[in-house]
Design a protein around this ligand. Structure first.
Ligand code: HEM
Length: 206
């Protein structure tokens, strides 16, 4: 299985036509590039961020005011998260418009939908971390909306057991944002690429 996976990720031969960017606009590849920028900038932010309600906001202010390149690093992380969501929306649109969600690519469509959900969830969990007014009220609104969904109360209790912005909730958002969600996105992306290869690339056209 592992040998198969590696073989499909690095094929000996790829037909020139299958690499045509006028069909895919390279949107999946650009989304993956944003993901890599997000990972690198996120890892660097970890050196300064403090995941506790009393210190979280101060650690961000310190990063912006006193760390060389800190404000740039934070902006780059935020900007690449916006870019990822925009690119994923366009990538999904391309897949819909070209009918690439149909058989035999249905499984990759399902993997893609999970990736889309995880990317939105990553942005949502990251939004609380600076612990400013915007972060607090945006997360609070999301949690109120969740109550209207089936099993919303149960999921809310898991995410914010002691209330939005309280120690345990902030820690859970932090753990999900830096480990749980990124790891799942990375593993699912590997499966996504494997399926693209297994389906013999993205061509032909409809
Ligand atoms: C982290 C998120 C994602 C990454 C990095 C990614 C990456 C890629 C790449 C590199 C390709 C090859 C061709 C191309 O660039 O279009 C591809 C194909 C595909 N993607 Fe994604 N993708 C992501 C999310 C999604 C989402 C959200 C959907 C749909 C809901 C989706 C559905 C598909 C399908 C069905 C294909 C096969 C298209 C075809 O064979 O024509 N992907 N993806």
């Amino acid at each position: 299985m592992l040998k198969e996976l590696v073989k499909h990720l690095f094929p000996r031969l790829v037909r020139e036509g299958d690499l045509r960017t006028t069909y895919t606009f390279c949107l999946g590849g650009l989304a993956f590039t944003s993901l890599l920028v997000l990972t690198v900038t996120g890892l660097l932010l970890l050196f300064y961020y403090s995941p506790a309600p009393q210190t979280a906001h101060a650690s961000i202010q310190f990063l912006e005011a006193s760390v060389w390149g800190g404000a740039y690093l934070r902006s780059l992380h935020r900007l690449s998260s916006h870019a990822l969501l925009v690119l994923l929306a366009l990538h999904t649109l391309r897949v819909v418009l070209t009918g690439a969600f149909l058989h035999p690519k249905r499984m990759n469509w399902v993997v893609g939908c999970s990736l889309l959900f995880l990317a939105i969830f990553a942005a949502y969990t990251g939004y609380l971390l600076p612990m400013d007014q915007l972060a607090y009220w945006a997360t609070q609104t999301g949690m109120e909306l969740l109550l209207t969904a089936p099993f919303g109360g149960f999921v809310r209790a898991l995410l914010v057991p002691d209330g939005v912005g309280q120690p345990l909730s902030l820690l859970r958002f932090y753990a999900l944002h830096i480990v749980g969600v990124p790891l799942s996105v990375l593993l699912l992306s590997m499966l996504h690429f494997y399926r693209v290869r297994k389906n013999k690339g993205v061509l032909p056209y409809l």
